[in-house]
Design a protein around this ligand. Structure first.
Ligand code: ZN
Ligand code: MN
Length: 487
């Protein structure tokens, strides 16, 4: 049985976070009353003229700079002609041979792979090459009812950025990591919210399989209707196996488009295209070519510290583990929270704060279905709690209870500790009295300790903890016992 090579390229359409549409001043507002955010331009009425949205161009250039693309000095706008019921002009204004961004790549972050695949990453540190990024307009949204279809033009003409990768992705897991990393970067730059489940990011998968030893790629099969990053992974797994089975049966694969059905877990044929579409592209006569130099200069200063740069800095500056730094850097808000907590308590080990943010805070937010923006515990309040634990005033276990209470009520650690009577007894005099009493009452055990039985010492610690109802500072108790019994 021959072995097969899987090759994948992704085309991602991302909605930009602009306030207005691509070629008119209509508001970009999802969820508004249907057909209330329209004008002659985005309805495609005869004679209406397009005007470029500078914000959309800046956001696309910013994306290009974040992903290491080249920005050509001059770009242009083209009409892509095809009939589509959702597209009133019967052409889409897009970019053909001179797109805004060329080349570049998307780095695949370790933690962007599916959890079950993170231990076995085939090419750690891989950067998936990009072909191009261009800017175009979205179509209207149709909703299919039982006997008719309704159409909402609020989405027509909204800016859409298309990010096209090279056929440089080798597995379903890499495709998953690509989309997750790309989303992180787009959100970092504030260019798109990029949530596939909300349709803010849409992905078409081009996938082909060929036997090892064959130079040219196998027939390109395009997958549509992928509504989440996890669905992309599932669809590729299915399609990979299906194509190999076809080849094994001696069938010839032909270039075609297939629809993914996530409930049934399979793809079905939509259409075959023996030849690529002829869109009869031509330069849009209503729009002049665009010179990019000034925009690039303006946008260069807006390039943020990217997730992988932040991760490297967290490892270096704070001694975070690669994993912790990766989790903290995955979201700007989370990274900001962590750094604010550190700034509020520079004397504490950053590693401890990282632990509390990743384990306690993220866990609690997750359990409560809450976002960091709604978190009742401020970075300073969390730092204060960690400080109280580090000073030995309360135990780490008590700290967990206090934290749960802070999450529930938004009150400070100090207030809760006082109310619960959690304060540890660290007063050496008080503890010494307890220790002496227990030593005096248990001469047999004392003899055991003196004969070198370390476990017997733990027994004494346990007795003192019991006598203090759990409030004694165990570190001080052990020190006292060691001094008296082993000294
Ligand atoms: Zn409009
Ligand atoms: Mn497109």
């Amino acid at each position: 049985m021959p072995e097969y090579i899987l090759t994948i390229g992704l085309e991602v359409h991302a909605q930009l976070t602009t306030r207005s549409k691509m070629f008119c001043a209509c508001a970009v507002e999802y969820g508004a009353q249907p057909n209330t955010r329209t004008c002659p331009t985005c309805l495609g009425l005869p004679g209406a003229l397009p005007v470029l949205n500078e914000g959309a161009i800046e956001k696309t250039v910013l994306t290009g700079l974040m992903l290491g693309c080249e920005i050509p000095p001059e770009v242009k706008w083209d009409r892509k002609n095809y009939f589509y019921p959702d597209m009133p002009k019967n052409y889409q204004i897009s970019q053909f041979d001179l797109p805004l961004c060329v080349g570049g790549g998307v780095p695949l972050y370790d933690l962007a792979y599916p959890k079950d695949a993170q231990k076995d990453i085939a090419q750690p540190g891989k950067v998936v090459k990009l072909t191009r990024i261009h800017l175009e307009e979205d179509v209207a949204k149709s909703t299919h009812h039982e006997k008719f279809t309704t159409i909402d033009f609020n989405r027509a003409g909204t800016p859409l950025m298309e990010i096209v990768s090279e056929p440089d992705i080798d597995s379903a897991e890499e495709a998953f990591a690509y989309l997750t990393s790309l989303r992180q970067i787009l959100v970092y730059g504030g260019v798109s919210d990029a949530d596939m489940e909300k349709g803010q990011m849409r992905c078409d998968v081009n996938i082909s399989v060929r036997p090892v030893g064959q130079a040219e790629l196998g027939a390109k099969i395009e997958l549509k209707n992928l509504n989440s990053i996890a669905a992309v992974r599932r669809a590729i797994h299915f399609e990979h196996a299906r194509q190999i089975e076809c080849l094994e049966r001696g069938e010839k694969l032909i270039q075609s488009t297939r629809r993914w059905d996530d409930d049934r877990g399979e793809t079905t044929l939509m259409r075959t295209k023996e030849d690529a579409h002829d869109y009869r592209y031509f330069p849009d006569p209503d729009l002049l070519p665009l010179h990019t130099a000034e925009i690039v200069e303006k946008v260069r200063g807006q390039v943020p510290e990217l997730p992988h740069q932040k991760r490297a800095r967290f490892e270096e500056a704070y001694g975070c583990s690669a994993y912790d730094a990766g989790v903290l850097a995955s979201e700007q808000a989370l990274a900001g929270y962590f750094e604010e907590a550190i700034a509020g308590a520079p004397e504490l080990p950053a590693k401890k704060i990282a632990n509390w943010v990743i384990n306690a805070l993220l866990g609690a937010l997750n359990d409560a279905g809450m976002s960091l923006a709604d978190c009742p515990v401020t970075p300073a309040a969390l730092a204060a709690l960690v400080g109280t634990i580090e000073s030995g005033k309360i135990s780490a276990n008590q700290g967990k209870d206090v934290f749960a209470e802070m999450m529930a009520s938004g009150r400070s650690a100090a207030e809760i500790i006082k109310e619960k009577g959690f304060e540890q007894v660290s007063d050496t005099g008080e503890l010494e009295a307890m220790v002496d009493e227990i030593i005096a009452g248990n001469p047999d055990r004392v003899a055991e300790v003196k004969s070198g039985n370390a476990k017997a010492l733990n027994w004494f610690t346990g007795q003192v903890m019991k006598a203090s109802k759990g409030k004694a500072n165990p570190k001080i108790v052990t020190e006292l016992l060691q001094g008296k019994l082993q000294g």
